[in-house]
Write a protein that binds this ligand. Sequence first.
Ligand SMILES: Nc1ncnc2c1ncn2[C@@H]1O[C@H](COP(=O)(O)OP(=O)(O)OP(=O)(O)O)[C@@H](O)[C@H]1O
Length: 266
Amino acid sequence: MTILKVSRLVKRFGGLTAVDGVDFEFPKGKISAIIGPNGAGKTTFFNMITGIYKPDEGAIELDGKSIVNIKPHQITELGIARTFQNIRLFGSMTVLENVIVGMHIHLKAGLFGSLARLPKVRHEEEEAMAEAYRLLEYVGLEALLNEQANSLPYGAQRRLEIARALAARPKVLLLDEPAAGMNPRETSELIGLIQRIQRELDITVILIEHDMKLVMELSEHILVLDYGTKIAEGGPDEIRSNPKVIEAYLGKSAILPETEKAEVTT
Ligand SMILES: Nc1ncnc2c1ncn2[C@@H]1O[C@H](COP(=O)(O)OP(=O)(O)OP(=O)(O)O)[C@@H](O)[C@H]1O
């Protein structure tokens, strides 16, 4: 079953076509990946799904309903949450506060209610705190809940971004290079976390990643972009042995030293 479907999707920036007629169906409840060289159009693709960019052509459907022309915060409410390639936390806020911010779409009280300190509001705040704590436990950051976000090590900041995205209670979680800058131990912990999110929380995960070990270990379905076009799609084994993908992207790992092969940077 498909949860998210894009058809003939196009995005142009002036004379450059960043995404050029891409069709793809993301299966519900699975982990999919989008791979390809730098500049292939992966982040632009995410930005269209999340409403940051409006496609020039084509359709995007979540559960069979169009989400083109819908504002980013409404798309979050419909069930799509994301993390960013360059971490975007509120650096001077605490770890806990960052997760509570991610919940705002589900908090009903609003400003007036908060100022008036109504009992109903206090109850809602307590519930939000409890849920934020549970999410921090889930990603393994509960011991750091009162730390300032920008004081956390890099890998922990990436996990905090995931907790904040989960706070929106998404059906689909988009992760833009979640392993970037992580050491091998942090990356294997991240692989475990993403698997738990998919299996235990029943969330569809779509990730952009250059770390091929992570991509091949996690993904059931892979979309390969090159110069904005889809050059291949399929399971990890098909993708690994696809000549077009090897030529455009994966082949580059063959010339890297053994220690760097897991991370194909272009
Ligand atoms: N806002 C923008 N204005 C103009 N050009 C853009 C804009 N955003 C992206 N591009 C261009 O579109 C192309 C695709 O960029 P995009 O960031 O989507 O690639 P990517 O596959 O995510 O690359 P990377 O792996 O480096 O993150 C690039 O040539 C980029 O320079």
